[in-house]
Design a protein. Sequence first.
Length: 167
Amino acid sequence: MHKNALSLLEIVISIALIAIVILGFSRVFQVGSMSIYKNDQEVTATNLAVGLMSEIISKPFCDPTNCTATLGPETVESRTTCGSNGFDDVDDYNGSVEGPDPAPRDIRACEMAEFKGFIRSVNVSYVYQNMTDSGGATTDFKRIKVSVNSTTLPLISITEVKSNVTQ
Ligand SMILES: [Ca+2]
Ligand SMILES: [Ca+2]
């Protein structure tokens, strides 16, 4: 045998080393793509929360035709018919839960099928000017909390306050 020729043992060891390196790389790529997927989901969840928050905050503090202290939608108001968003004040959204299927709805109350699997919920409560909970007492400040999660994503929440005080 030529003395420069690789022995069978050397070939086997080389193949094993190459295999270990390739497996190592594929593991790195797998972890990388999982974290990209997770980041993508978090961005989507945040966008869903921000989208609904800007919709809610654009509504009046109080119902235009029936301003009472009670939080929640007035009679016959709903946000489940596509093209007919019946919510017309900030607190109508209190207790609303959308998703995972049907998906969360857009500003016209139409289902956004591409976001099936996400769960979006809203809580509205009275707070004092210093943002502490009023314990149910009526104040001139409503705190809106929009939360989004999915089966693979922990809950993310954003909070804003709508004031009844004209600037
Ligand atoms: Ca209303
Ligand atoms: Ca209302």
